[in-house]
Design a binder for this molecule. Structure first.
Ligand SMILES: [Zn+2]
Length: 289
């Protein structure tokens, strides 16, 4: 999978100014190329020179895929250990319930691979996708029209009937349907000539979500046991979760009080640093034996 990712990302590089398409990454996903500037009329325009062949329309079928916006994971604000040795000890946060929840996050954030450990961190949010192949972009890359669900971590929104770039394990033919578990690798700019209606023949650049098909990790009791064994054997595993904590500014109330002159009741001011008394903090939990 790593090789394919490199192929996708290392595609022919464009001059710097071409990768700066504009500020709104999500807007205007389909940008027709500006028409070529008319060439200066030749002095003898209209007078066919002897031996001139009728102008031939050559269709540029080259494809350039440039990373436009890599998938960005928010940095964890805090790192905490989860020690297997402390599991279900009094006052320890390392409970079976917490382990199940964090293992579910592990499954959503890692994919199966051929490494000795058998898994690797996913390059981006994992989701499932149904697609129809619109065009083969070469080098194992497809332009697909797809539906995908929002990722479990909430970092990738759902897509409906949307064009996307996909690197599948095994590519179906153009026009065929497919279904895959995929990892999002961010937004790419695809410069190509569509070979399908209604865009056929128009040289254009599309900015689209890019995905790589991946093998999901199994879930369930046997997978959990293997996970625990891996941690006890010293595997370096961490997961990212968004945790809610009571807000320190307002003491978890969701508002602060301000005394009002001549009134018994304080004025309640909605707390600016939280939502209903809770703050969400992105935390990296590092597992330890
Ligand atoms: Zn607050």
């Amino acid at each position: 999978m790593r090789t394919l990712l490199l192929i996708l990302l290392a595609a022919t590089s464009l001059p710097a100014e071409e990768s700066l398409f504009g500020k709104k990454a999500n807007a205007a996903a389909v940008t027709p190329e500006p028409p070529p500037a008319p060439s200066a009329p030749a002095a003898n325009a209209g007078v066919p020179s002897p031996g001139a062949t009728p102008s031939e329309e050559t269709v540029d079928t080259s494809v350039t895929i440039t990373p436009f916006r890599p998938f960005q994971t928010a940095e964890a604000k805090e790192v905490r250990p989860f020690s297997m040795a402390r599991l279900n000890r009094p006052l320890a946060f390392e409970s079976t319930r917490e382990l199940l929840r964090l293992h579910a996050a592990f499954v959503q954030q890692h994919v199966a691979d051929a490494s000795p450990e058998g898994f690797a961190r996913a390059p981006g949010p994992i989701t499932s996708m149904e697609y129809v192949v619109q065009q083969d972009l070469g080098e194992g890359r497809l332009l697909v029209k797809a539906n995908w669900s929002a990722s479990a971590d909430g970092l990738l929104g759902a897509g409906e009937d949307a064009y996307a770039v996909l690197i599948p394990e095994k590519a179906p033919a153009v026009g065929e349907k497919g279904r895959a578990v995929v990892a999002n690798v961010g937004l790419v700019a695809v410069k190509f000539t569509p070979a399908f209606a209604p865009l056929s023949g128009r040289r254009m650049t599309m900015r689209r979500e890019a995905f790589i098909e991946c093998a999901p990790l199994p879930d369930g009791p046997a997978a959990l046991q293997k996970f625990v064994d891996n941690v006890k054997a010293g595997a370096r595993i961490s997961v990212f979760t968004a945790e809610k904590f009571p807000c320190k500014t307002c003491g978890g109330l969701g508002f602060t009080r301000e005394a009002q002159k001549g009134k018994l009741e304080d004025k309640r001011i909605p707390c600016a640093s939280c939502e209903s008394g809770k703050v969400t903090v992105r935390i990296e939990t590092q597992f330890a034996p």
